[in-house]
Design a protein around this ligand. Sequence first.
Ligand code: HEC
Length: 179
Amino acid sequence: MARADTGGRFFQPVVAMKSKSVGLKGLSHKSLPLRACLLVVALLGLSACGGVDPDSPLGQRKAIFKQMLKTSEDIGGMLRGRLTFDGPKFAEGAVKLDALSHAPWKHFPPVRESEHTSAKDAVWQRQARFQELAKALETRTGELVVATQQLQLTPVNMIAPMNNVEDACDACHKEFRDH
Ligand code: HEC
């Protein structure tokens, strides 16, 4: 099949091979769509497969923020009754969230990306304020960890420190993220 000669050749072969691979179950051709996709990434120097290159600063901080959201929902859900409260798991999640809260900031490059970012220009224009709110989150997640260590692990005891963490997320998003 002379698939590479068609117009729009970066995208059509992927689609064509995807449907073809269904009929080739068990053969090594199955991995072709993925390989074609990776080739596209290599050729274009950006991610055509997910929109954002996962290795770029943007891709890395988005991944960290997503993990932060997942972790905070996992433990926040225990306080709101969506998940069963499990003390040790809550404490573990707090430690994880605290580690994550230090991680995104170094992935904001000196100049704002032109595409795919939902960070406002203000991140770069008011860096001191941005860093202040980043520090505030780190402080709050640190306090949450201390609460899990010093207070009895009950939902009631965890509500206030967890609220503080969530407020720190919201405060920064209000000023620095476009929704
Ligand atoms: C100091 C500022 C700041 C704090 C604190 C902060 N964020 Fe964010 N967050 C941002 C910015 C800026 C973006 C946009 C990143 C981009 O697209 O370049 C963002 C994006 C996100 C995203 C979207 C990621 C994506 O896939 O596009 C999620 C989810 C998120 N944050 C969750 C959280 C959670 C949960 C917390 C608290 C535990 C938190 N953030 C705390 C600034 C912050």
